[in-house]
Design a binder for this molecule. Structure first.
Ligand code: SF4
Length: 392
């Protein structure tokens, strides 16, 4: 039998059972919940680990701040306020149902002085204390809290505690300076086991490869800690509904990407069409990336993409006086031909000028005659049409 006075591992190091006691409440909300598999320890969890370690071993050196000390003292004071105990166990492992196990934070077996009140007899009442260093909100009430119930079942069924008939569960929450308590007796065990079993059985369905996730129940408090959230069908459904409301016509229509993405290697018309669409999207995407990166960098240079700096290109010069240009050009030996060659003439703008000045009713004729005259004078040339792909 395990030595219950000597826990092998600290609170932070203890291995958790699959669908551990602390996950039961979340599994009751959503059967598909899976714990996040992350190495990173949240600072609140780290505080809790230190608090547990100080309460388990009594060494306050491990605590980082006065606040942590106050939280630990709050837990200890509450424990000391309970009726005297003949034995106190820290972090003992108890076997619960379905091959699972849990670690109780503190188990106090109350002194039992027997009928004559002079002699200690086997304890019949225990206090089960669970330290909760929660920050955002208080834990679920002890009356319905499945974690407490799981431990209660484990203690009542443990051959080391045959005389215990009543267990008082205390969830101590030092940040809230509050405690949630409930009392269970041995008679409650069948009901408690059935409740836990029902939750576990329903959750087990989600392990099957054919599980379709139709009965998942998204809930922010569960989903944000859920390791299955990345592929969760229910969450995806919510995101899709929102996406459709933003872009009712195009949401969910993705241009299929051919397996061969190098245009020179693509052979069939369908794949070419897919690449053509994709190229248009990529152009927009590239423009958007440049625009947003530049805007963010101009707002605050902390937003600069790594390895980049904002460069200020010189503005383009433009002529404000054509007469001045002709005078200077003549003085420096430039001909009108040199100037036209250097200038970019906008054909549309020239035609617009002609239209502006032509008498009403003759605008188009004037433009046509002008273009004709230029051709006669061999003053213009139009290169061969340039091909480009247009959508039909
Ligand atoms: S992410 Fe999905 S599986 Fe996980 S708790 Fe939320 S609804 Fe359930």
């Amino acid at each position: 039998m395990e030595d219950i006075t000597a826990p092998a591992l600290s609170h932070a190091e203890r291995p958790h059972a699959v669908r551990s006691s602390s996950q039961l409440g979340t599994l009751a909300v959503c059967e598909g919940f899976k714990p996040l598999n992350t190495e990173k320890v949240h600072w609140v969890t780290a505080q809790g680990n230190r608090g547990h370690a100080a309460l388990d071993g009594g060494d306050d050196e491990i605590l980082d701040t006065d606040f942590e000390q106050r939280m630990k003292d709050c837990c200890q004071r509450y424990s000391d306020s309970l009726p005297p105990a003949s034995q106190v166990f820290e972090e003992i492992k108890v076997a619960t149902i379905e091959g699972r196990w849990g670690y109780t934070d503190r188990l106090r077996l109350r002194e039992n002085l027997g009928p004559g009140r002079g002699v200690l007899i086997d304890p019949d009442t225990a206090d089960l204390l669970d330290w909760k260093f929660v920050r955002v909100k208080e834990v679920t009430d002890a009356e319905i809290n499945l974690q407490g119930k799981d431990y209660v079942v484990g203690i009542f069924e443990d051959p080391r505690f045959p005389s215990i008939n009543t267990i008082h569960v205390h969830f101590v929450m030092p940040r809230f300076e509050s405690v949630s308590t409930a009392t269970f007796t041995r008679d409650d065990v069948p009901r408690l086991k059935l409740e836990i079993f029902a939750v576990l059985r329903r959750a087990k369905r989600s392990d099957s490869t054919s599980y379709r996730g139709l009965t998942l129940v998204p809930n922010y408090d569960a989903c944000r800690y859920c390791g299955a959230s990345g592929n969760c069908r229910a969450l995806r459904g919510i995101a899709d509904t929102i996406g459709r409301s933003y872009d009712p016509n195009n949401y969910g229509i993705h241009p299929p990407i051919p397996t061969e993405t190098h245009a020179s290697a693509v052979k069939d018309a369908t794949s070419r069409a897919q690449l053509q669409k994709l190229a248009g999207l990529m152009e927009q995407w590239a423009k958007s990336v440049r625009h947003h990166n530049l805007t963010a960098s101009l707002e605050d240079d902390k937003n600069l993409p790594e390895g980049y700096a904002v460069e200020w290109a010189k503005g383009r010069r433009f002529i404000t006086s054509v007469d001045g240009l002709f005078v200077a050009a003549q003085e420096f030996g430039l001909t009108n031909g040199d100037l036209v060659e250097a200038a970019t003439i906008s054909w549309t703008k020239v035609e617009d000028k002609l239209r502006e000045r032509a008498p009403r009713g003759t605008k188009q004729t004037v433009v046509t005659d002008f273009n004709q005259r230029l051709l006669e004078l061999e003053a213009v040339d139009r290169p061969e049409p340039t091909p480009k792909l247009g959508k039909v």
